[in-house]
Design a protein around this ligand. Structure first.
Ligand code: SF4
Ligand code: SF4
Ligand code: SF4
Length: 183
């Protein structure tokens, strides 16, 4: 809660300054060691939830943190042009996607996602940030007011759900919501 009594949450952010990144990959090493089982028992950057995309000829290093798992390749993609060079459409994508090996646990193939190094007790800052001695990664926390769903939108949601339940039955709708929320 903030001073006015509004519900708040802590938003964690890692700021990436690509100009300061030198491609040392210490962030990948630290992340993979932290997520080894048991913790720090091994280093395998294929297990890292951060990947440094490198173009050494052009001196471009872009650390990307793993985002959500996607079941299928997307149809609408972004093509980036950096300093006049065009990069493949998947180059800077954070998704664990069937189209490539990035962000997949090497043994099981399970998707990897950055969890901001959640642990008990909490770390002062995420491992990748701590390992980055070049200042390319910086960590910030800020408090944000939680925006509740507007009553009108809630109403629209209820109408939508009711019509789905009418069409498919409550069990099927519940099963689908359960399945989708786990993806
Ligand atoms: S540790 Fe920092 S400088 Fe090194 S590759 Fe990672 S982000 Fe770049
Ligand atoms: S890697 Fe990313 S951009 Fe490429 S197909 Fe998958 S989701 Fe789309
Ligand atoms: S925040 Fe933690 S889990 Fe996420 S990429 Fe950095 S070290 Fe890995």
């Amino acid at each position: 809660m903030d001073n006015s009594g509004k519900k708040t949450r802590i938003v964690k952010e890692i700021k990436v300054d690509t100009k300061k990144c030198v491609g040392c990959r210490a962030c990948e090493i630290a992340c993979s060691a932290f997520h080894a089982i048991p913790k720090y028992s091994s280093v395998n950057t294929a297990r890292s939830r951060i990947m440094v995309v490198m173009d050494e000829v052009r001196d471009i290093f872009v650390p990307i943190r793993a985002g959500d798992y996607t079941q299928a390749e997307c149809n609408g993609r972004n093509v980036y042009v950096v300093d006049g060079k065009e990069y493949d459409e998947c180059t800077f994508c954070p998704a664990s996607c069937p189209s490539r090996d990035a962000f997949k646990e090497p043994d099981s193939g399970l998707p990897l996602k950055c969890d901001m190094c959640e642990s008990v007790p909490p770390l002062e800052k995420p491992m990748c940030v701590d390992a980055c001695t070049f200042g390319a990664l910086t960590y910030e926390e800020r408090e944000e007011v939680v925006v509740e769903a507007e009553p009108q939108k809630r109403g629209e949601m209820e109408i939508g759900l009711k019509s789905l339940i009418k069409k498919y039955g409550l069990k099927k709708v519940k099963d689908t919501i359960d399945r989708v929320s786990k993806e």
